[in-house]
Write a protein of this length. Structure first.
Length: 324
């Protein structure tokens, strides 16, 4: 009988930089209400699932969560092993996949998101968290990491010849617009896009056009930082080009309100294994009925002991004695 490994969580594998990001609105989303990070996170998971969970935990928001992309970044396991591990993480309460309807009227589209929780949650908690009417784009502030006990030895940092310097964010004037604040924070998100206060003022008008078309700061940031080249020679020119080329379409100025009794935009959970959509109540552990039956361990079938052929056994022993 296999023995559950209760050893502490493995060191998180290094995430390749830059990690492939999903399209804006898709990819990884951190579930709200998580407990502070601890060294023994995922300690009760098997070895493979513990390793992959540590990798997903360190991925940025909006990172691609497809099996093919994860398999390219984790060379230890193939696509089949990654898919099986994601199913196990869903059963353990760390992961759920959902489809969210976004839009008004005839311009409704479905976006696919993978919600990740460092803290294991049961199916009832996930159902309450992903119920319709709850804004899924609002993320709870991440709590401060748990302090390291004094008994745990902390290795001294290795000095380097030239300490890395992060570009300082431009000073933010009092009463700045949300467009200015979003542009000023780009340098902290990616060091290839440092902007000065004058650069933010120059690009502020173009960024305001995005907010006028119904997007939020997270959408703007994701669109400007996705798929950056290895080196950006002129951040202000590069961002000006992106603000113009990627400007989202204009929304109707006065959208027709939905008739009375129209249900709110739905949030449908998706089976982690086969991708079949359905309500949260029909997908306990994030799996549909068929996938739950396949994931359940089958009872071992008793096999009668085979009768030994004494003559063949003695002949084999004689051959072994004759061998040089």
């Amino acid at each position: 009988m296999a023995v559950q490994n209760f050893s502490p969580a493995l060191p998180a594998p290094a995430v390749a930089a830059p990690y492939p990001m999903a399209q804006p609105g898709y990819g990884k989303r951190s579930a709200p209400g998580q407990l502070p990070a601890r060294p023994d996170d995922f300690a009760l998971l098997p070895l493979r699932e513990r390793y992959i969970a540590g990798f997903i935990e360190h991925l940025p928001e909006g990172a691609s969560m497809s099996v093919k992309c994860l398999a390219k970044q984790i060379p230890l396991y193939g696509q089949q092993a990654i898919a099986s591990a994601l199913t196990a993480l869903s059963v353990a309460g760390h992961l759920r996949r959902v489809r969210c309807a976004i839009g008004v009227g005839d311009e409704v589209r479905w976006v696919f998101r993978t919600f990740w929780s460092r803290s294991a949650r049961d199916s009832e908690w996930w159902a309450n968290c992903l119920t319709p009417g709850v804004p899924q784009s609002v993320q709870a502030p991440m709590p401060a990491p748990a302090p390291v006990p004094a008994s745990v030895p902390v290795p001294a940092p290795v000095p380097c010849a030239v300490p890395p310097q992060r570009p300082a964010a431009p000073p933010v004037p009092e009463g700045s617009s949300r467009a200015y604040l979003a542009l000023a924070g780009l340098g902290r998100i990616d060091t290839r896009l440092p902007l000065s206060a004058e650069d933010c003022s120059v690009l502020e008008g173009l960024a305001e056009q995005w907010f006028a078309r119904g997007v939020n700061a997270d959408y703007l940031t994701s669109a400007l930082t996705a798929g950056l080249p290895a080196q950006v020679d002129s951040p202000v020119g590069f961002l000006r080009r992106r603000l113009v080329d990627k400007l989202p379409p204009a929304m109707p100025t006065a959208p027709t309100p939905p008739p009375a009794g129209t249900p709110a935009p739905r949030v449908m959970m998706e089976c982690t294994d086969c991708g079949a959509p359905g309500p949260a109540a029909a997908l306990p552990d994030g799996l549909c009925r068929d996938c739950r039956q396949h994931a359940a361990p089958a009872e071992p079938v008793p096999v009668p002991p085979a009768e030994r052929d004494v003559t063949a056994l003695v002949a084999g022993l004689r051959d072994l004695l004759k061998a040089p």
